[in-house]
Design a protein around this ligand. Structure first.
Ligand code: CMP
Length: 138
C-alpha cells in the first residue's frame, strides 16, 4: 500500500491549523498510520531539505522549519502521494488553486502550512528520516 510523509510546519501549528489539515485528508478517505509532534533539529532539517542546499532560500527555510514545533505524519492509501499533493496545492500559496490548503491558509512561499513528499522515493526517504519502522501502524 502506498504511503507518504506529511508535515504541518511551524506556521500551521502556531495558527491552530493541525486539525483542519488532518480533517481534509481524512475526509478524502486516507488512513493515518503515524503521527508525532516535534521540534526539528538543525541536523534533521539539513537532511530533510538536502536537495535544496545552496539555493538562495535555504538558510531562511532552515531557520523557519526549526523555529517551532511541527506535526509529522505518515498517510496511507491508493495514490496517496499525488492526492495529498493535490490537496496541498502549489508550493506558492499565490499560485495554488482555490480550495487547496496552501491557497486557503498559506501566507507566503515559505509559510505555506504543509510539506508533503513529491515522489515515491522522497516519501520513503522522508518517512525513514522521521519515523522508526516500529512507529508505523499496520
Ligand atoms: P516544501 O514543500 O516544504 O519544500 C521546500 C520549501 O522551500 C517549500 O515548501 C517552501 O516553503 C520553501 N521555500 C521558500 N522559499 C522558496 C522559493 N523561493 N522557492 C521554492 N521554495 C521555497
Amino acid at each position: 500500500m502506498e504511503r507518504t510523509f506529511l508535515m504541518v510546519k511551524p506556521d500551521g501549528v502556531e495558527r491552530g491549523l493541525i486539525g483542519e489539515v488532518i480533517s481534509r485528508i481524512e475526509k478524502k478517505g486516507f488512513r493515518m498510520v503515524a503521527i508525532k509532534m516535534l521540534r526539528i533539529s538543525e541536523e534533521l532539517a539539513g537532511e530533510h531539505y538536502a536537495e535544496h542546499a545552496g539555493k538562495p532560500f535555504f538558510d531562511e527555510m532552515l531557520s523557519f522549519i526549526t523555529s517551532g514545533p511541527v506535526v509529522a505524519m505518515v498517510w496511507e492509501g491508493p495514490g496517496v502521494i499525488q492526492s495529498i499533493r493535490e490537496i496541498m496545492g502549489a508550493t506558492d500559496p499565490a499560485r495554488a488553486e482555490p480550495g487547496t490548503i496552501r491557497r486557503d491558509m498559506g501566507t507566503s512561499i515559505s509559510r505555506n502550512v504543509v510539506h508533503g513528499s513529491d515522489s515515491p522515493a522522497a516519501a520513503e526517504r522522508e518517512i525513514n528520516l522521521f519515523f522508526k519502522d516500529s512507529e508505523l501502524l499496520d
